[in-house]
Design a protein. Structure first.
Length: 350
């Protein structure tokens, strides 16, 4: 009898184990599904939705970067990560400004730019020394500063964003293009501004066509230029085409041969980009780069046109935090006072 009972007990034990195994699988189906969802949340498709925006914080004009960041952050629901690039001496001030204002809610990384990478690549020119500041060349080195993003937006600090930055991020880049810019012939309203202040919007205004090296490029001097103050860039293409190396090559050639200078229209940062990206860039919606607001203290756009603009750019000498300037109210709406009191606006009554 005992052996018979032992067999029954064994069968019963196996039955209990089978039921337990079934129940175990049932119970653990939910965590398994959750685990899959977690993997999906970290998939590359989702990661691309983090919009990387690069802005420089230069000494003496950090209020510009603050206003630009505030305008972007306030006008979007997108997941924006700000890369704030500065020199070693300016970074602590910028970090304190952000952490002691409403901007403490933003996602940001502070990146130190080492100006030593520019040694031997900048020709000294006294006519507009502000154009030779190291941070003007940060846009040349985007892949060295940004590691994990496929697509990056670079913005000059003297801009205000009135639209949703997601729209700019969604700019389509054609296959083989490392960047998108605003074409200087794209907007009729800016043509009037260009004519009224005698501004150049062709390659003739940036490159010295008396030099053989420039003529050898076979680029017509009447070719329309573009403005690199707003860039949507593809990091994979940028690295594949060795864009940074190409830009550095033309910087070094300019040191040796004076192929362009800050006495011409765009200074020393625009010209090498015009050469390297000639006929190899996509275009940004014109309303996403309404520029020349800093070119003249007297020439103004219509209020209606400015309200329609998605991005305003005070490129030129006359900045909205200084005096004189045009449309400073549109900029000041987004300015956040410096908690340390070091950065102050220049106004007629100040």
């Amino acid at each position: 009898i005992l052996p018979f009972l032992s067999v029954n007990q064994i069968l019963l034990l196996l039955l209990v184990l089978t039921v337990c195994a079934i129940l175990y699988n049932k119970v653990h189906q939910v965590p398994s599904a959750l685990k899959n969802e977690t993997v999906d949340l970290e998939s590359p498709d989702e990661m691309e939705e983090e919009i990387a925006v690069v802005i420089c914080a230069a000494a003496g004009r950090m209020g510009a970067a603050v206003a630009a960041i505030n305008s972007i952050y306030s006008n979007t629901e997108a997941n924006v990560l700000f890369y704030i690039v500065g020199l070693k001496t300016t970074i602590p001030h910028m970090r304190k400004w952000i952490e002691n204002s409403k901007l403490k809610e933003i996602k940001f990384k502070v990146v130190e730019f080492n100006p030593m990478v520019l040694r031997g690549k900048i020709r000294q020119d006294a006519s507009r020394p502000e154009l030779l500041q190291p941070l003007n060349f940060v846009r040349f080195y985007l892949p060295l500063l940004i590691q994990k993003h496929e697509k990056v937006i670079y913005l000059d600090d003297d801009i205000i964003v009135q639209g949703d930055i997601q729209e700019l991020y969604d700019t389509k880049l054609a296959p083989g293009h490392a960047a998108a810019f605003s074409d200087d012939c794209d907007l009729p309203s800016t043509h009037e501004m260009v004519r009224s202040v005698g501004m150049q919007n062709t390659y003739m205004g940036f490159l010295d066509y008396r030099k053989q090296a420039i003529r050898d490029l076979s680029i017509s001097p009447s070719t329309c230029s573009f403005n690199p103050g707003v860039i949507v860039a593809n990091m994979t293409e940028w690295k594949h085409q060795r864009i940074t190396k190409q830009l550095e090559k033309w910087m070094q050639r300019n040191v040796e041969e004076n192929l362009y200078s800050s006495t011409l229209g765009g200074g020393v940062a625009t010209s090498p980009m015009l050469i390297v990206f000639h006929r190899k860039y996509s275009t940004i919606n014109p309303m996403w780069h309404v520029r020349h607001l800093g070119w003249s203290p007297d020439t103004r756009y219509s209020e209606h046109f400015l309200q329609e603009a998605k991005l305003l750019h005070w490129n030129g000498r006359y900045k909205p935090w200084d005096y004189p300037s045009v449309h400073p109210d549109l900029w000041e709406n987004w300015f956040i006072p410096d908690p340390s009191g070091k950065f102050k606006l220049t106004r007629p009554d100040s």
